[in-house]
Design a protein around this ligand. Structure first.
Ligand SMILES: O=c1[nH]c(=O)c2[nH]c(=O)[nH]c2[nH]1
Length: 302
């Protein structure tokens, strides 16, 4: 019986990096969680315990902080690309690097003209995300960027129905033509190239997501997700694939008839589990290959 080492990667997960821009009295802030993962010639580290090809995860962490000073003037996508290219191009045994970044939002404390110069409050819970994968060299070079947003909590109090569904002997759900629809959306979009106005793309895509959720009369979350994906692909030619995951945060009309009180979709029990989990991919039919663009660092094994 032969035993072989399968796919493997290693890196420093969830470096908490805060970058302050203080070139003028009006400071800026970027608050990030950065994870690195390196792939390459690391077989002997596993089979022999030989560390000679291993760039320590500690060194990866130091690089993340150094690059926050020197390569983090623009978007998180640019910063991720700079880090991934460095590991692949400058560290011999590394053939591929994956950088995942989550950016927490801060908004200026609303005092004075345009908000305070150096004090903020955290926004959220939504988080902007970027996943950069760089691999190979020369003609084999591949660079992928996936932008995204997660924990985007959305709710509409009408304009949503769910009826006409398949019924069998276990069906108890009542059809409805007016319900609360709520979710905590995760959406990720894959770009075809790496020459993109990243911040502008993010702002427009986020606006499409929330506007579509609000304005489309929804027959189901499935239809809403498709409309969001379609809207993004129609607006942004550089995006080729959108993946979404949407927990259906159920709001059940509370039974007040027991107390002789009318409840016309006014009082709900917001349940937290179980929840429907609706997931969909919407893509161009001529999208270029994704290669390893979607292969995650965290939760990837299995
Ligand atoms: O938008 C929905 N999609 C479903 O598939 C589903 N199933 C369910 O019970 N409620 C809902 N809502």
């Amino acid at each position: 019986m032969g035993i072989v080492l399968g796919p493997n990667q290693y890196g420093k997960a969830e470096n908490r990096v805060v970058r302050i821009y203080r070139d003028s009295p009006r400071h800026g802030i970027r608050d990030m969680t950065v994870s690195t993962a390196l792939r390459g010639d690391f077989g002997i580290a596993h089979t022999e315990g030989d560390q000679s090809p291993v760039l320590p995860t500690d060194t990866q962490k130091q690089t993340v902080y150094a690059y926050a000073r020197t390569h983090c003037e623009g978007s998180i996508e640019e910063y991720g690309l700079a880090l991934a290219r460095h590991f692949v191009d400058d560290v011999d045994p590394v053939h591929g690097a994956r950088i995942e970044i989550e950016e927490l939002g801060w908004e200026r404390v609303p005092v004075g003209e345009g908000g305070h110069d150096h004090a903020w409050t955290r926004t959220g819970p939504e988080v902007r995300t970027a996943a950069v994968t760089v691999s190979g060299s020369g003609g084999e070079r591949r660079e992928h960027v996936v932008g995204g947003i997660k924990d985007l909590v959305l709710l509409k109090s009408t304009g949503s129905e769910f009826q006409g569904f398949l019924e069998d002997g276990f069906t108890v759900l009542e059809p409805t033509d007016d319900r609360v629809m709520a979710t905590s959306l995760v959406a990720q979009w894959r770009f075809a190239g790496v020459e993109v106005a990243w911040d502008e793309a993010f702002a427009e895509i986020r606006q499409i997501v929330v506007a579509t959720f609000a304005t489309q009369h929804s027959k189901a979350l499935q239809q809403t997700l498709y409309a969001i994906g379609q809207g993004i692909l129609e607006a942004r030619p550089e995006v080729v694939e959108v993946r979404m995951s949407a927990p259906n945060k159920h709001h059940f009309v509370y039974d007040l008839a027991r107390f002789g009180i009318e409840n016309n979709n006014e009082v709900f029990h917001a349940d937290d589990r179980p929840y429907g989990l609706i997931q969909a991919t919407v893509a161009r039919d001529d999208a270029p290959p994704a290669d390893d663009a979607w292969v995650q660092q965290l939760g990837w094994l299995g």
